[in-house]
Design a protein around this ligand. Sequence first.
Ligand code: OGA
Ligand code: NI
Length: 344
Amino acid sequence: MGNIDPAYMQSTEHRPKSSAFVQVDEIPTIDLSESIEQKLVSNIGKACEEWGFFQVINHGVPSDIILKAENETKKFFELSMEEKKKVKRDEVNATGYHDVEHTKNIRDWKEIFDYHVENATQVPSSDDPHDLELWTLKNQWPKSLPNFRETMEEYAREVEKLSYKLLELISLSLGLPGDKFHDCFKNQLSLMRLNRYPPCPFPDLALGIGPHKDPSALTVLAQDEIGGLQVQTKSLGDWIPVKPIPGALIINLGDIVQIWSNDKYDCAVHRVVVNSQKERFSYPFFLFPGHHIMVKPAEELVSEQNPAKYKAFNFGKYYANRTQSDFNKQEAENIQIHDFKILD
Ligand code: OGA
Ligand code: NI
């Protein structure tokens, strides 16, 4: 080697972008078996503040329960369209099957099966604040798969347990009591979603899901080994792939925690890119409060110096708006938390 300027050696500008030397950012991985609670809480707090997205390992959801759920999901999507349409979503019941065609939207290159965590879930019939009618929704289960319901209910119970544990750690990381938000989930609207992204012949033109934030408190997501989920960084707006780690679960903050934290935490924008060769499966669990809950910044985090950044709003009406516009694929953008922002 000749004489190379050490400053040149340290700079990265001359290195090709695709080279192994380029440091690619990655969302943090947190080991939930960490025995020192203070350390765990501080790791979670840091991940929430910097990313709003992280993966967890040693999370306590048994691997055989995950595997069974994955196998049943594949069996469901392999059913004939006729069978799948027997449990199709409609204007009243948002649970069940939705196909790619239905969305009429090339951006959402996927098919879905949704079920609530509770056997019967009360949801407002519309987003009109004067309309007090509630619908009681029951999950739709495919009759031709005898083990599907039990397997999926078992999986949902496990991730629900994990989501409460995470919410407790997140509350502690904000300096709040661990059980601060427990009561909000008494009549929860929490939802499990099974996603199948079919291979897409024009991957550069379509997305599995377009850029969005989740309307949940938090989301717990299992994914297979294919990859495709990407998180947008807050600083540069570039897209960072969420690397599949066998056995890990992905956690992202949703709108509700962002508001509870009074914007100390920000839920990240994410999307899914499609694959031209391979199908991909993912399994998000959305932790949603009850329909009657008023969402507003935690009073402990609000002061004269740090006033509330959001007006209180009813979660059920917010959810009804998001679900309805999702069903009708309205042109108008659906309601977002910035609509409740208190402007200075
Ligand atoms: C979602 C979502 C990511 C994925 O369903 O809200 O962001 O990897 N899914 O499927
Ligand atoms: Ni999402």
